[in-house]
Design a protein around this ligand. Structure first.
Ligand SMILES: NC(=O)c1ccc[n+]([C@@H]2O[C@H](COP(=O)([O-])OP(=O)(O)OC[C@H]3O[C@@H](n4cnc5c(N)ncnc54)[C@H](OP(=O)(O)O)[C@@H]3O)[C@@H](O)[C@H]2O)c1
Length: 270
């Protein structure tokens, strides 16, 4: 699985990326079944498997409980084998099981410093503003300045926003390198962003591609996976689809469905 460049940046990401919500948080999540957080050994094996299958891009966030902390420990000595996407804006308190959102410059800068320290790295490959739903308010002169400065100073290689609306996605694409947007076979609300991103030569990271797993609860899951990858990667601007799994068998199934659905050659970076 070759990497693909994110929009007009020089950041190459694996077309299948691993989402790590389930590495660090099992409260107030929207998955079909309850689950326990995996043991360190299981996650170590999962990361090694991901690497073997070319799934080298990891998506995390301070809002994903202890995900960043666990990745920091598990990736020690292997930072260069992975690309890391993280975020800022949402703060999750595990004990209270509640999220707060803070978008002032000081909090965002502090969040980046904490992510770098926790992940035991001196740079992120992609840093995203984590929306509270009010995309247009969240991305303002102050927040944009923090992100542009972090990139200029070399702490992050590419910047973007995890958006929830078409208008917010458009604004983020106009000012940043990429967005993370939701799309699945049953969720097409933000579909106009596919062409907007392509016309601006910006990159798309896809989240919730299986409706947080609900799309895979029937007998036809192989078909759903293949059709999802086929549809998403028919859009030129799509760089990576993020699949959130803690099950090695499911990870392999996804790589197989991806290889089946997406013709070789739809990738352009090493
Ligand atoms: N920025 C944001 O606001 C935001 C929001 C949501 C998500 N995200 C990112 O996107 C990632 C993915 O989103 P998501 O986790 O909500 O949803 P998703 O990738 O659509 O679905 C994940 C669910 O699908 C299941 N699954 C995956 N492959 C499977 C297979 N082959 N067979 C059966 N079940 C399978 C997983 O269960 P198993 O673990 O059992 O495989 C998991 O419960 C997250 O981890 C996160 O990194 C970002």
């Amino acid at each position: 699985m070759n990497k693909k460049l994110l929009g007009s940046t020089d950041v190459g990401l694996s077309p299948l990326a691993l989402g790590t919500v389930k590495f660090g948080r099992n409260q107030s999540v929207k998955y079909p079944g309850q689950f326990n957080l995996p043991a360190d050994t299981d996650l170590k094996n999962l990361l090694s498997l991901a690497r073997d299958y070319g799934v080298s891009t990891l998506d995390t966030a301070p809002a994903y409980g202890i995900s960043e902390e666990r990745l920091g420990k598990l990736m020690q000595g292997q930072r260069n084998a992975f690309e890391i996407i993280s975020k800022a804006g949402e703060i999750y308190d595990t004990a209270a099981d509640s999220s707060t959102y803070r978008f002032d410059a000081k909090t965002l800068r502090h969040s980046l410093e904490t992510s770098l320290r926790t992940l035991k790295t001196d740079y992120l490959d992609v840093w995203l503003l984590h929306s509270d739903g009010n995309d247009l308010d969240n991305l303002n002169d102050e927040t944009l300045e923090v992100f542009l400065t972090a990139k200029q100073q070399g702490y992050v290689r590419a910047i973007g926003m995890s958006t929830k609306t078409v208008d917010g996605g458009r604004k983020a694409l106009e000012h940043m390198d990429c967005i993370m947007m939701a799309a699945s076979l049953s969720h097409e609300d933000e579909a106009p962003l596919f062409d907007i991103a392509a016309s601006l030569n910006k990159g798309l990271l896809m989240k919730k591609i299986f409706d947080s797993g609900w799309a895979l609860t029937n007998d036809n899951k192989s078909q759903v996976m293949e059709q999802t990858y086929n549809t998403l990667f028919s859009h030129q601007a799509v760089c990576s689809a993020i699949v959130g799994t803690i099950n090695p068998k499911h990870l392999i199934e996804n790589t197989q469905a991806f290889e089946q659905a997406v013709p070789l050659g739809n990738t352009d970076a090493q």
